[in-house]
Design a protein around this ligand. Structure first.
Ligand code: HEM
Length: 512
């Protein structure tokens, strides 16, 4: 087949540009060359500001049709869940969080677990992580948190001291740090990890009644596997893309990973009987009190054909819900919901929802028009193409169509800037520490010591204070371990702590 340019013109020579004589200067009308090189010059779009490194796959979600033995319609009218065996196509993107698009997949970092359900009523995105909680509960802190985790803006070096500087002043992060520095902070790959929506959402039934919901993905046959720091370093020495490779090759072999989707349900109120607020994403909902109820199963069975088109340009957001699913007042969730589509209009472009990976598989009929890279018009069959507004008497056809009783929570409160009442920053961090097996505690303490020994005393003390508040043994072990590590550094030639950091960087003991 003949090579062409994007105008469909056959290319007569793809090896030599046009010049005045074979040694002479080139001419400006080298159309093929200029098109080719200027397209190449624009091959990159901005990478995601977080979760830049990722891998994706397609699959299917199959509903169980009930929840905890009850008809699921008691709690939600979302169509994808109603019927046993009902299948909904999905696209999933897994990711690491902090570093760039080609960073190692072995880093200690939460893992993203974002699922796009192409339902009959439009898309639903469940944008989760592997861990079930988060570092902060107020979205105003997110840019500062991410800045502290990213490389130093002057040196461009990873610096755990900056991260712990922020965290030592952010007590609500103690629970997340306890998971992150344990072996749960480095999943072995993307197939063998859990997923969680983290934030509290709502389900709404046909009467408009809401309940609070948390979502959790549990791996089925492939199980759960984490790495110790040493295991991760051994893999990283040879392969910085092991998780992408593992997912791609498993699917190519026909070993399709599967997860069960579970929900936890709480009545829609503030639950004064609990020692935390159900809208606080730094907290677990005790699964003994609030059991995991399976609602369906997801199988990933097809690799993308083109990484850039399908995985890099994929756009997920917490605002993307279908009828029967709703937001809760979880502040972090509300902040996220603005952030995703805002960044995607910048990262991918105004019409990012027209790209095949992002477009719903159900009909789309809007009055939105134009903007960079619009390549089709969202017209309904029979719609007058002159009418791109509503209401109209001229055959516009499109009008709003209420789907069911609205969920209408009511409020009687002052407009304030204030934390939730029951912050309880340390109790669950201590519970999680005490539940770890001995080897997990050992790993956690060693990883923390390794990261904290390069921090200033005020930061170390702040962190030890948080760990001690969580559990006295936890705080004592970190404090003693740090004292030992620092006296060893002193013995080995009286190095300053900054030199200790250099040592840590040279040996690749990065904390991020
Ligand atoms: C990606 C913002 C918290 C999971 C992103 C992106 C932004 C962002 C701007 C890049 C999106 C893109 O370029 O397409 C925020 C803000 C947060 C927050 C402002 C808190 C206020 C969380 C939490 C989770 C999470 C709590 C987990 C439940 C993800 C995932 C991605 C992502 C999985 C990658 C999606 C993909 O694969 O394309 N986030 N995020 N984020 N975030 Fe968040």
């Amino acid at each position: 087949m003949t090579l062409t340019n994007r105008q469909g013109h056959p290319i007569t020579d793809n090896q030599n540009i046009r010049t005045v004589g074979n040694r002479g200067p080139s001419t400006l009308e080298n159309y093929h060359f200029i098109e080719k090189i200027s397209h190449f010059d624009r091959e990159r779009v901005p990478e995601r500001v977080v979760h830049a490194r990722g891998a994706g796959a397609y699959g299917v979600f199959e509903a169980y049709g009930d929840v905890g033995g009850e008809p699921i319609s008691t709690y939600t009218r979302a169509k994808l869940f109603q019927e046993k065996g009902k299948q909904t196509p999905v696209f999933v993107r897994f990711s690491t969080v902090v570093h760039g698009a080609h960073s190692a997949e072995t880093l200690r970092d939460p893992r993203g677990f974002a699922v796009k359900f192409y339902t009959e009523e439009g898309n639903w995105d469940l944008v989760g992580n592997n861990l079930k909680i988060f570092f902060i509960r107020d979205p105003l802190k997110f840019p500062d948190m991410v800045h502290s985790f990213k490389p130093d803006p002057v040196t461009n070096l990873n610096d755990p001291e900056r991260m712990f500087d922020f965290l030592s002043r952010t007590p609500e992060s103690t629970h997340m740090i306890t998971f992150l520095f344990s072996p749960w902070g480095i999943p072995a790959n993307y197939r063998q990890m859990q997923g969680s929506g983290v934030n509290t959402y709502k389900w709404v039934n046909s009467e408009g009644k809401g309940v609070l919901i948390k979502y959790h993905w549990e791996p089925l046959a492939q199980g759960i596997k984490n790495l110790t720091q040493d295991e991760a370093e051994a893999i990283q020495a040879k392969n910085t893309s092991h998780a992408t490779q593992d997912l791609y090759e498993a699917i190519q072999r026909g070993e399709y990973p599967e997860w069960e989707l579970n929900v936890q349900i709480l009545s829609d109120d503030d639950h004064p009987e609990l020692d935390f607020d159900p809208l606080d994403p730094t907290k677990l909902w005790d699964h003994e009190k609030f059991p995991f109820l399976p609602v369906g199963k997801m199988t990933l069975n097809r690799n993308p054909e083109n990484y850039f088109a399908e995985v890099e340009q994929a756009a997920f957001g917490t605002g993307v819900l279908v009828d029967g699913l709703d937001f809760s007042d979880d502040k972090l969730l509300q902040g996220r919901t603005f952030s995703y589509s805002d960044t995607q209009r910048h990262r991918v472009g105004t019409n990012y929802l027209q790209l095949p990976v992002n477009a719903p598989k159900s009909p789309v009929a809007t009055n939105q028009r134009d903007g960079q890279m619009q390549f089709k018009v969202d017209l309904a069959p029979g719609q007058n193409p002159h009418v791109n507004y509503e209401p109209s008497n001229l055959g516009g056809l499109l009008e709003a169509n209420p789907t069911g009783a609205e969920h209408e929570p009511s409020y009687d409160a002052k407009l304030v800037r204030a934390k939730l009442d029951r912050t309880n920053d340390f109790q669950q961090a201590g519970d999680t520490y005490r539940k770890f097996e001995d080897w997990e505690k050992e790993e956690l303490i060693n990883n923390l010591i390794d990261a904290l020994k390069v921090s200033s005393p005020v930061i170390r003390e702040g962190m030890i204070h948080h760990f001690t508040e969580a559990d006295a043994d936890y705080g004592r072990r970190v404090a003693e371990g740090l004292a030992n590590a620092l006296s060893n550094i002193d013995h080995l030639g009286n190095e300053s702590m900054r030199e200790g950091q250099n040592l840590a960087e040279q040996t690749g003991r990065s904390t991020d």
